[in-house]
Ligand binder design. Structure first.
Ligand code: FAD
Length: 470
């Protein structure tokens, strides 16, 4: 009979949702255990998501700049060549350092880190199975808690007619660690993961083709921004097959051949590697949800929660990629904090109107709030102001003049409803816009706030001025 250990909160999963929730709970003096099946903490985000992808995006951008732009700045570098193993080793070091930091953070807060696979064993119990290092058998222990937070995240979805084989047909995890630059890389799915990884391998020398079922890439973006992004990526060399559905695939030792259907026309394409990035699904397999009585949305597979992140079982909570909303790390972390606040009897909530989303292509794309299409659909009177980076001194100094800021304000109250940026360092600029929406700012507030000169943020200020003139 396994022994039982007791906690205030048990968290299953140590991704950005789970580990942030664990730290917040410990800071509120709760006794916390965090269960993680992988040896490294940090979840998808730190290990095979946000961080390794950004490390490669940054390295590949440097490589690209060295080859294409250094001469214009008067820098002579001789022959530039790629050392892919060194680039991968750097990425791995960034990931390793950050995941070690997370472990230190949890240990520093006296959180019990328990390695093993967690499964609900009732409303207040979790069974953890871990492989015994010596005997190689599964050891099981049972933990008990007043509250349990499920934070097990998500996994890549395969196409119905093509399974991942990890070599020719891969998910984003493998596309972050190819040992050679593919000559021809096919990407099924024109969402942010496909576009970011496509940008990495394009800059490193691959021929990149994106196949997207819908008529546009990165659906959900403000239309004007989405169209600009597609034009820029096409100019950089990415080929797009839109309105195109993959109908079949055939893999050989060296190639993967797919057939696509574009509005009734069939075409055949051949690649060295095929990245399938058509979405992610919540990782709820073997969590014991049904036995515990935790309800799941039958269409999306996401766990249903109320405004306090409570599932259909009042002692069990769920956050992050497991529940509705955008699958983003900062959304998961915000929900982790809010769920713990609710458990502790404090007011805990997330303002979903201010969650930014970013695509780390170059130029970057970042947005927060409503798009022009959404404002129109809701019949909200609005004024939109746009300002190009070409009109900003700092962008000219950088040699990065592609793109613009678009600010949408309420037509009557002047309240900021949304900001959409395509341009250099858009990811960093969007923070001010989220804050503006959080504080119910008017376009006039941004227009009157003195922005440093020369900065990229002056484009935002000018877009706010333009929105007031419409
Ligand atoms: C290539 C890629 C790039 C991305 N880039 C970004 C980005 O730039 N910005 C951004 O905001 N988001 C990005 N994301 C999305 C982001 O990674 C996720 O939204 C985020 O990690 C979700 O956090 P989470 O805590 O809900 O789950 P996860 O990060 O998935 O963590 C869940 C953890 O639970 C563990 N686990 C699962 N089942 C069990 C179990 N039964 N027992 C114990 N442990 C278990 C898993 O091993 C994992 O460590 C990216 C994703 C990918 C794939």
């Amino acid at each position: 009979m396994p022994s039982t250990e007791r906690y205030d909160v048990i968290i299953i999963g140590a991704g950005p949702g789970g580990y942030v929730a664990a730290v917040h709970a410990a800071q509120l003096n709760l006794k916390v255990a965090c269960i993680e099946k992988e040896p490294r903490l940090g979840g998808v985000c730190l290990n095979v998501g946000c961080i390794p992808s950004k490390a490669l995006l940054d390295s590949s951008e440097y490589y690209h700049l060295a080859r294409t732009s250094f001469a214009e700045h008067g820098i002579k570098t001789g022959k530039i060549s790629l050392d892919l193993p060194a680039m991968m080793a750097r990425k791995e070091k960034v990931v390793a350092d950050l995941t070690k930091n997370v472990r230190r953070l949890l240990e520093g807060h006296n959180i019990d880190i328990i390695q093993g696979t967690g499964r609900l064993a009732g409303a207040d119990r979790v069974e953890v199975a871990a492989e015994n290092d010596k005997s190689r058998k599964k050891d099981t222990r049972v933990l008990e808690a007043k509250s349990i937070i499920l934070a097990t995240g998500s996994e890549s979805v395969a196409l119905p007619n093509i399974d991942f084989d990890g070599k020719r047909v891969v998910s984003s995890s493998e596309a972050l660690q190819f040992n050679a630059v593919p000559k021809q890389l096919g990407i099924v799915g024109g969402g942010y993961i496909g576009l970011e990884l496509g940008s990495v391998w394009l800059r490193l020398g691959a021929e990149v083709t994106v196949i997207e079922m819908l008529p546009t890439i990165a659906t959900g973006l403000d239309g004007q921004v989405g169209r600009k992004l597609q034009r820029v990526l096409k100019r950089q060399g990415i080929q797009f097959h839109l309105d195109s559905k993959v109908t079949g695939a055939e893999t050989t030792a060296k190639k993967v051949k797919i057939s696509i259907d574009c509005k009734g026309e069939t075409e055949s394409l051949s690649f060295d590697r095929l990245l399938v990035s058509v979405g992610r699904r919540p990782l709820t397999r073997d969590l014991g949800l049904e036995e515990a009585g935790v309800k799941v949305d039958p269409d999306s597979g996401r766990i249903q929660v109320d405004a306090s992140y409570r599932t259909s079982v009042p002692t069990i909570y769920a956050i992050g990629d497991l529940i509705a909303g955008p699958m983003l790390a900062h959304k998961a972390s915000a929900e982790g904090v809010a769920a713990v606040d609710c458990i502790a009897g404090l007011p805990g909530e997330v303002n979903y109107d201010t969650i930014p989303s970013v695509i780390y292509t170059w130029p970057e794309v970042a947005s927060v709030g409503l798009t022009e299409e959404q404002v129109k659909e809701r019949d909200i009177p609005y004024c939109a102001g746009t300002y190009p980076f070409a009109g900003v001194g700092r962008a000219r100094c950088l040699g990065e003049t592609d793109g613009f800021v678009k600010l949408i304000a309420h037509g009557k109250s002047d309240r900021v409803l949304g900001v959409h940026i395509i341009g250099p360092r858009a990811a960093d600029m969007i923070a001010e816009c989220g804050l503006a929406i959080q504080f119910d700012a008017r376009a006039e507030d941004i227009a009157r706030a003195v922005h440093g000169h020369p900065t990229l943020a002056e484009a935002l200020q000018e877009a706010a001025v333009m929105a007031r003139k419409c």
